[in-house]
Design a protein. Structure first.
Length: 382
């Protein structure tokens, strides 16, 4: 058994060495053969009730560096294709390994039941993740950077029920166990006081309300999306810590003129109580303020506002420019206009699923010399 692990680890190191050395060649091959992959999708037998796709995964973020893996998905409709009211359901399996030693195995499913009376979202994952920690609060310094690592298992089913046109109410279960937590000795991780320094688990139950008039999921050109959720974590539910989490996510899309779209997101994440390390609000990342490492700033709560201008260019190519502001805070009274963070940038998109308008995304986000980075991933920020 040990020999197996040694062989796998040796393969992982060798692959990453050669990939880093010949990364430009790898990217050239990807974009050379990508049009062939896209063209071949049009040849899929549309008579099949379930479509299976297995593809290699390659992406880059400031948190992971270059990462590779494998993604498999099954897409299907719970009603005949003549039913235009029910969107396509997707179950996706993903495994990835990064050059920084991180690995993730995940299942992400979205099931639309007939006429979308019910919608089920299911997320579950296991991960080992070396990460960075700069302390807690609005004013942590760049030089505080301290490496730490953790392992976790996560499970969260979310079932929504349509009550009126475009209006849903939902029930949420949320479970997470975090273990094998360690850090570089003598750093800010050791000297900062917070919940969740050692093995713990959180278990919660909650509810959601959402309103959705978007004309698409991946690249909407018009419509409004509003979702608010509240989850109660309590030791009576086998949770190590007791706290509450409340999120609000508002998104608005408007087509200014043909193939030119304005998109805006307002987001707030609030926790009250004994909020542990991995349940804190994290500013930054590929789906928030791009340019900031996800978790460069963290605290019990955060808010952000992001605006994007999206424009179709030619063939399957589009472009995007963005600007965002936000900050973390412990209490509402701590919100300070003088400490607001900002980032801006732009990028290109190439459509990999034209009908669903799912894009491969390349972004560059910038805030300052220390907080900047490239993002090479799939789907839009919001």
């Amino acid at each position: 058994m040990n020999n197996i692990f040694i062989s796998v680890n040796h393969f992982n190191i060798s692959f990453l060495y050669y990939f880093k050395r010949y990364r430009l060649s790898c990217l050239f091959l990807i974009f050379t053969f990508l049009p062939l992959i896209i063209f071949s999708q049009n040849k899929i037998d549309s008579t099949k009730k379930v479509k299976y796709v297995v593809v290699p995964v390659l992406f880059k973020t400031p948190e992971t560096g270059w990462a590779f893996g494998l993604s498999g998905s099954a897409s299907f409709k719970t009603m005949p294709k003549s039913d235009t009211l029910t969107r396509t359901s997707v179950v996706q399996l993903l495994t990835i390994f990064s050059e920084r030693g991180q690995n993730v195995q995940a299942i992400d499913a979205t099931i639309y039941f007939p006429k979308e009376t019910y919608i089920l979202y299911l997320q579950t994952s296991h991960s080992y993740f070396p990460d960075n920690f700069w302390g807690i609060g609005q004013n942590t310094k760049n030089e505080y950077e301290n490496k730490y690592a953790f392992e976790q298992f996560f499970l969260s089913p979310h079932l929504k029920r349509k009550v009126f046109k475009n209006l849903f109410v939902g029930a949420i279960l949320d479970y997470q166990t975090v273990f094998n937590i360690n850090s570089s000795p003598g750093g800010i991780f050791d000297s900062t006081s917070f919940y969740g320094k050692t093995k713990y688990q959180v278990a919660g139950i909650g509810a959601s309300v959402s309103y959705d008039t978007r004309n698409g999921t991946f690249w909407p050109t018009r419509g409004l999306f509003l979702q608010s959720s509240f989850i109660l974590y309590n030791n009576r539910l086998a949770s190590t810590y007791s706290f509450n989490k409340w999120t609000i996510d508002l998104r608005y899309y408007k087509q200014l003129f043909k193939n030119h779209i304005a998109a805006i997101q307002l987001y707030n994440y609030t926790t009250i109580g004994e909020t542990p390390l991995r349940s804190m609000a994290l500013l930054g990342g590929s789906n928030n303020l791009r340019g900031f490492y996800q978790g460069r700033y963290r605290d019990n709560s955060m808010y952000s506002a992001i605006a994007e201008y999206r424009a179709y260019l030619f063939w399957r190519i589009s472009a995007c420019a963005f600007f965002g502001i936000g900050d973390v805070y412990k209490n509402i009274s701590d919100i300070n206009i003088n400490s607001i963070k900002h980032s801006f940038g732009g990028g290109l998109r190439i459509s990999i699923l034209e009908k669903e308008k799912l894009n491969l995304r390349l972004d560059y986000g910038y805030s300052d010399k220390y907080n900047q980075g490239f993002y090479f991933t799939v789907a839009e920020c919001f």
